[in-house]
Design a protein around this ligand. Structure first.
Ligand code: GLC
Length: 811
């Protein structure tokens, strides 16, 4: 069963059946203003923060056929009343002759035909502005004239999203709607909580005269709300009630009489939903966007943005699904995770304190460095500003207030309130930024640590380099009985929460990887003393890990507070963990024999046709001594599920071991685009990576959930572009070091790096996975495989792979 197809020429996915297994969404705008639109037109929109400034009421747990946030009704005048339907299918669910939802780059376009009316609605946020535009073309495709009215509707939430759900008296008592009549028949319907009257006002308006409006849900639905969204009773009246609500469930519905459309005739209705300080400030731009040409310009600007964004890295490999993901959908998802961290999606609902995750965003920025290094840098600076003076970090912060918190660890009073890995990730992020840009001056920028005095002034500041050093020292000094890093509340795996004193092998390896980065950076900064120091730290931890954590066929994953290994053949459940095997390769702690053995054990025990499981066997029963992992049935999420974020680390590990066949096999088996024709098992969007897929211990093996906001986006992009295709930024230039399936004849990459465009052609005449025999740049042979840094321009790079005597690139 298929619900749609990829239209590669338009960089769209086109949904052709509205009854997808779950809602499939698309993001519009950014965290500054935007949110998501589902494939039936519902929308969750907010400005700067979904918890504190949410605009539309979208309750994703309600069933798929329910109205959520926004819709459009059309009605056709008939001899006895009106035929009312939604061209978005939801909420009226009428039979359709055509339905398409085009999931595009920063826009969604719904094209449908019902009862001889064709509607084409393009939904997007005009760049840099706080407004959603719906550009709606309505055409009579029947052979008779029809009289059509169009009634777009928005349902508001209180901006304090949680209060909306928890207080059903306060929220409705505080919200107000007001109409502004303009001389030409246009109306702007305002809505705001009373407390924000002079600071934050929502508005809904259009480019067409409004004959009447409604701002109260009860009146719109009618019959004390025994009228429904599927059949709002007010739409059987000629006009809406023109009620300015002074309380209640505020909506905005605007009645537009489009008059009689002759066969073939089209009307164009453009709506705007936005937020401003007040209507006077909003009016000039509102009027500007009533002009169709200005809307077209804004849409064009959006298209140009995405052209520019994607042009930084384009690939041409023998695999069509890899090309799809690496050229369009994966960098696009990385843009989304960079904006929204794990805050707002259909699954992560943007309530409460979650905000921007320290570890999550540190990894997300690594997926957008080629495309938007400056925005990445700005986010890195925010992250560093919630680091503590002791080098550890707060787990998350609110993007609007920058107030940080310890996250879920606060739920367990008996356990530590820090995560042992958070602060180490930012070392990887900063180093990746430096390699991409060469902007070493960033290391000297001074950023405060989080702690404040009673006047809210920072107690201490330090350079970016100082922040990184403190992160290293924190972990070096925070060790347990084996000299391994203490677990804290958790490491990358949030849900293994062991008693104070437990140690984490993941954090040990992440520390090792961070040290490799610090060594590399120190060398590049001509600071041999620091390079040596970090090399010594690395050797020290490497020795400890190899002394105590090798289990015979793989590495263990934790030591509990009393020294019991977890992730060992001696464990009853959770005998082997994926990250326990991939990360010793990434950290450089595993020597080749152990590395190979560990990856082979992982393959034998954890690999499935839907991806590699996080661990096996799953815990089967709640156990507070193990923590959150035991709240899930076996095969689910962190408890033996296919937790996708971990898979690209195995791909990278396999490339470091030189096995391009396995690296690509692991890449391909989780590629959502490759599942398009068996989507009923998988259920989620085929154009983005989900966070999790149920594992083979679960009866619904293969079912995906929590799509969009996952570290899988950034890491699979890095694995695909930097490790499999091997186009990797280094301090010394762009490196070409592919590790591909031996069957490939080669591939091409166009990559912009530090202002230079490299057109790279790789040939693989000997059908090897790895190894380079020659590199030519603009026709001249170069030594090694780091491409020279030029002043600018476009340069042709020709790489030939083949067997080299020592397996090392020659040149
Ligand atoms: C979620 C969290 C992430 C964590 C992962 C594994 O995706 O956002 O921070 O690493 O779960 O527990």
């Amino acid at each position: 069963m298929q619900y749609g197809y990829f239209d590669d020429s338009k960089q769209e996915y086109v949904i052709t059946n509205p009854k997808t297994p779950v809602k499939w969404i698309n993001y519009i705008g950014t965290l500054a203003f935007g949110g998501f639109v589902d494939h039936t037109g519902g929308a969750l929109i907010c400005r700067q923060d979904p918890a504190l400034n949410r605009i539309t009421k979208y309750i994703s747990q309600m069933s798929a056929s329910d109205f959520k946030g926004e819709t459009l009704y059309l009605r056709i005048k008939q001899p006895h009343g009106y035929k009312v339907f939604s061209p978005y299918f939801v909420p009226t669910l009428d039979p359709y002759d055509l339905y398409e939802c085009h999931v595009g780059l920063g826009y969604t376009r719904i094209v449908s035909e019902f009862y001889g009316i064709r509607t084409e609605a393009t939904i997007f946020v005009s760049m840099g502005e706080s407004r959603v535009i719906r550009d709606i073309k309505i055409t009579n495709v029947s052979n008779a004239p029809v009289e059509v009215d169009a009634i777009p509707v928005v349902e508001y939430t209180h901006p304090d999203a949680l209060k909306q759900l928890t207080n059903a008296d306060w929220a409705p008592q505080t919200v107000v709607s007001k109409v502004v009549n303009e001389p030409d028949g246009h109306k702007v319907l305002l809505q705001y909580p009373f407390m924000y009257r002079d600071t934050k006002v929502n508005y809904f308006t259009s480019n067409w005269p409004v004959s009447s409006f409604e701002s109260d849900r009860k009146k719109f639905l009618g019959d004390n709300e025994y009228g429904t969204w599927a059949n709002p009773l007010s739409l059987q009246q000629a006009e809406l009630s023109n009620w300015e609500a002074w309380r209640g469930d505020n909506i905005a519905a605007l009645m537009h009489h489009l008059d009689t459309l002759q066969p073939g005739e089209t009307r164009r209705l453009i709506t705007q939903l936005g937020q401003e300080e007040g209507v006077d400030r909003a009016l000039p731009r509102i009027q500007y966007f009533r002009d169709e040409r200005n809307v077209e310009r804004a849409f064009e600007k959006l298209a140009q943005f995405w052209d520019g964004y994607l042009s930084k890295l384009q690939v041409e490999t023998p695999d069509v699904n890899m090309n799809r993901m690496l050229n369009v959908h994966n960098p696009r998802q990385c843009h989304t995770t960079k904006n929204w961290s794990r805050y707002l999606s259909l699954y992560q609902l943007g309530y409460g304190a979650r905000g921007i995750g320290f570890r999550d965003s540190s990894q997300d920025v690594m997926g957008v460095l080629a495309q938007m290094p400056q925005e990445a840098k700005a986010l890195i600076k925010q992250l560093l500003s919630v680091q503590r003076r002791n080098g550890s970090a707060y787990h998350q912060f609110n993007p609007l207030t920058l107030v940080a918190s310890e996250g879920d660890s606060l739920e367990r009073e008996d356990l530590p309130h820090y995560y042992s890995d958070d602060h180490l990730w930012v070392i990887l992020a900063v180093c990746a930024y430096l390699k991409e840009t060469g902007d070493l001056a960033f290391l000297d920028e001074v950023i405060p640590y989080y702690e404040r005095d009673k006047h809210e002034q920072p107690l201490e500041s330090g350079s970016v380099l100082d922040h990184l050093r403190r992160a290293v020292e924190f972990t070096r000094n925070d060790v347990g009985a084996h000299g391994l890093p203490l677990l804290g509340f958790a490491d990358w795996n949030d849900t293994v929460n062991l008693r104070t004193g437990a140690e984490s092998l993941f954090t040990a390896n992440l520390y090792g990887k961070a040290l490799l980065e610090m060594m590399d950076l120190s060398r590049h900064r001509s600071d041999p003393a620091s390079a040596e120091k970090y090399a010594a730290y690395h050797a020290e931890m490497k020795e400890r890990v190899n002394q105590c954590a090798w289990d015979g066929e793989w590495y263990v994953r934790y030591f509990d507070w009393d020294g019991t290994p977890l992730g060992s053949h001696t464990s009853d459940k959770g005998q082997i963990y994926i990250n326990g095997q991939s990360w010793p390769v990434l950290s450089g702690f595993a020597e080749p024999l152990r590395a190979r053995r560990a990856l082979d054990s992982l393959r034998a025990r954890l690999n499935t046709r839907n991806g590699i499981k996080i661990s096996t066997p799953g815990f089967n029963g709640f156990d507070p001594k193990r923590g959150g992992i035991t709240t899930y049935p076996p095969g689910t999420k962190e408890n033996g599920g296919i937790f996708l974020h971990t898979n690209p680390w195995v791909m990278i590990a396999e490339t470091l071991m030189g096995d391009g066949d396995r690296a690509f096999e692991y890449y391909d088996q989780i590629n959502p685009a490759a599942r398009n024709d068996r989507i009923d098992e998988y259920e989620c969007e085929p154009y983005v990576y989900p966070q999790n897929i149920l594992g083979d211990e679960h009866p619904q093996f293969g079912l995906a959930r929590n799509s969009w906001l996952s570290g899988t986006a950034s890491w699979t992009y890095q694995a695909g572009t930097q490790y499999i295709l091997g186009i990797r930024p280094t301090f010394d230039g762009l490196m070409v070091d592919p590790c591909i399936p031996h069957a490939w004849d080669g591939f091409k990459v166009a990559r912009e790096f530090r202002g230079v465009v490299y057109h790279i052609t790789v040939e693989n005449p000997d059908h090897v996975c790895q190894g380079i025999t020659s590199v030519r740049v603009d026709g001249k042979v170069i030594k090694g495989n780091a491409l020279p840094i030029f002043d600018g321009g476009t340069h042709q790079v020709h790489v030939v792979m083949g067997n080299t005597p020592d397996g090392e690139p020659s040149g």
